[in-house]
Write a protein that binds this ligand. Structure first.
Ligand code: BEZ
Ligand code: FE
Length: 302
């Protein structure tokens, strides 16, 4: 290719393999095949193609290194800025989709997110999971079904959500009661469950770190439309982890983590006011698919 064009870079098309990437690949191949080696090879090949396309200056390269360094500085046991970065790039949702595809008719899986807790005590059907009673009352009624529409009696339904200010209980342990807006229900013999709660508010992902600054520089938002999380398990079926979104939330078309799918949008229906107070209801079906070989239905990360 060299010498065919006048400009110093014109001979490198975006997808040309750099000499360095070729040599990296050759060295790896000499070490033998492994999944790690294949991943390293694909990553380096992709990075070099990107560099050939973008041609970053030295200063831009340093800025990128500074950004990644800052993401590392923000990550600790309480705040995972790397996961947030993966979330807003759509990477977390893509990996979830690839690992947990669901057949037509089954409820789609989504990421669980960072606020799930597995230690919630079992709550009786009909319980009110709003342990501080703050917010607009919401009655939720649903059924756990198989692909043929039969109820899955005894299925376990875990639920967690933000409060009417868009905050989860474990984000503000000093302001909300333990296990506020979390429940663990056992569906009845027909797969039915119901509980009382309050209408969740949407929220904004952390904007104060490097990922927030990047999104702001790109003119992109960090909003998540209002939703309730569910995790449903039943013997012989793949565990379903999903969100049900309020279809009337103005942010429904711009979820920062790309979790919204048409099947997961629902109406939080207004009911006649109860004692002068606003009230609403949500009815839903959660459809599980039979356990398939090698699939647990839950992602390894969270
Ligand atoms: C959530 O819905 O709780 C969530 C999911 C992914 C990233 C951040 C929050
Ligand atoms: Fe959430």
């Amino acid at each position: 290719m060299h010498g065919q064009h006048d400009g110093p870079h014109e001979d490198d098309s975006a997808d040309a393999v750099s000499a360095q990437a070729k040599e990296f690949s050759r060295r790896l191949t000499a070490m033998g095949q492994s999944r790690l080696a294949a991943a390293a090879q694909a990553t380096v090949g992709g990075l070099h193609a990107l560099i050939a396309e973008l041609r970053p200056s030295g200063d831009e390269f340093r800025l990128a290194i500074d950004f990644l360094t800052e993401v590392g500085h923000y990550a600790d046991a309480r705040r995972q800025e790397w996961v947030l970065f993966a979330d807003v790039l759509g990477v977390s949702s893509l990996i979830e989709d690839q690992n947990n595809p669901r057949p037509a008719g089954a409820t789609p899986n989504t990421v669980a997110g960072p606020f799930y807790r597995s230690d919630v005590p079992e709550t009786p059907l009909g319980a009110n999971i709003s342990r501080d009673g703050k917010g607009e009352a919401l009655d939720v009624a649903g059924r756990v079904l198989d692909l043929d529409g039969h109820g899955l009696g005894g299925a376990t339904v875990e639920v967690w959500q933000a409060n009417s200010e868009g905050r989860y209980e474990n984000q503000e342990p000093d302001r909300q009661p333990e296990f506020n807006l979390r429940g663990r229900f056992r569906a009845d013999a027909q797969g039915r469950f119901h509980f009382r709660t309050v209408k969740p508010k949407g929220y904004t992902l952390p904007a104060d770190g490097p990922v927030g600054q990047l999104m702001s520089a790109l003119g992109l938002g960090l909003e998540r439309p209002a939703h309730i999380h569910f995790r449903v398990s039943a013997e012989g079926f793949e565990t379903l982890t999903t969100h049900i979104f309020d279809q009337s939330d103005p942010a429904i078309g711009r979820d920062a983590i790309f979790g919204v799918k048409p099947e997961l949008m629902a109406e939080f229906r207004a009911l006649p006011p109860d004692g002068g107070k606003r009230k609403c209801a949500l009815d839903l079906n959660l459809v599980l698919c039979p356990q398939r070989q090698g699939k647990t239905g839950t992602s390894g990360r969270r």
